[in-house]
Write a protein that binds this ligand. Structure first.
Ligand code: DC
Length: 220
């Protein structure tokens, strides 16, 4: 059983997906962290992100492990490094490389096979797990998404202005929506949830209720 949660940056997907997985006793897969890890590995190897072949080669040979709350890439703990504004920008560039997407999608399907997973990303319901029994698409007003991102960055001791964060979010959404493979798109059968002005508890309560309805319908 796979539950997918897609949506633009800052819509609250990661927190919601993590909490939903905990409540249901499912595993949680943060697929954005995988693209961030690829970007980190490219920068670590000194690769020019415009060099599509070198980026693809890096993705093909990458090792990504999730250990509790830590993300280990090629043997190094990159949990903090992959969350910087630079890493976000780099991740959205490598995520547009078709060979990178093919490899990440392969890894995502491989890890989820035979497991109960809540997966979170941009293309999970539309492309990676089209047969998922339960799909959500989270959105929120861009200004609110920028405020949430800013708070996250500040909690990590990074400083940016709200204007900068808003511009980055709008740019990133545009790149995510306009790429040819695996664009950010709501699957036809996904339930859309506007999280603007809602607390995370309220959002997760709704996701949990809908997921449990699906689980009991499917008797899983
Ligand atoms: O969710 P996030 O901000 O950690 O994602 C980082 C980047 O990776 C973002 O630009 C979108 C991209 N991404 C993607 O293309 N497909 C996914 N399934 C998840 C993330």
């Amino acid at each position: 059983m796979i539950i997918t949660i897609d949506g633009p940056a800052g819509a609250g997907k990661s927190t919601a997906a993590r909490l939903l997985a905990e409540r249901l006793g499912f595993e949680f897969l943060d697929t954005g962290a995988m693209y961030r890890a690829v970007a980190w590995a490219c920068v670590d190897r000194g690769i020019d992100l415009k060099d599509v072949d070198a980026v693809a080669e890096t993705a093909a040979g990458i090792s990504i492990q999730f250990e509790q709350d830590r993300i280990i890439c090629n043997g190094q703990d990159v949990t903090t490094d992959i969350r910087s504004a630079e890493a976000s920008h780099a991740a959205s560039i490598v995520a547009a490389v078709p060979a990178v997407r093919l490899e990440m999608v392969r890894l995502q399907r491989e890890s989820a096979a035979g497991h109960r997973y809540v997966t979170e990303g941009r293309d999970q319901g539309s492309e990676v797990f089209p047969d998922s029994e339960c799909k959500f698409f989270l959105t929120a007003d861009p200004q609110e998404r920028a405020e949430r991102r800013l708070l996250e960055l500040q909690n990590r001791g990074q400083s940016e202005s709200i204007e900068e964060v808003l511009t980055q979010i709008i740019d990133r959404d545009e790149r995510d929506r306009s790429r040819e493979i695996g664009p950010l798109v709501k699957a036809d059968d996904a339930i859309e949830v506007d999280t603007s002005g809602k607390t995370i508890e309220h959002v997760v309560d709704f996701l949990e209720q809908k997921s449990r309805e699906r689980l009991s319908l499917l008797r899983l």
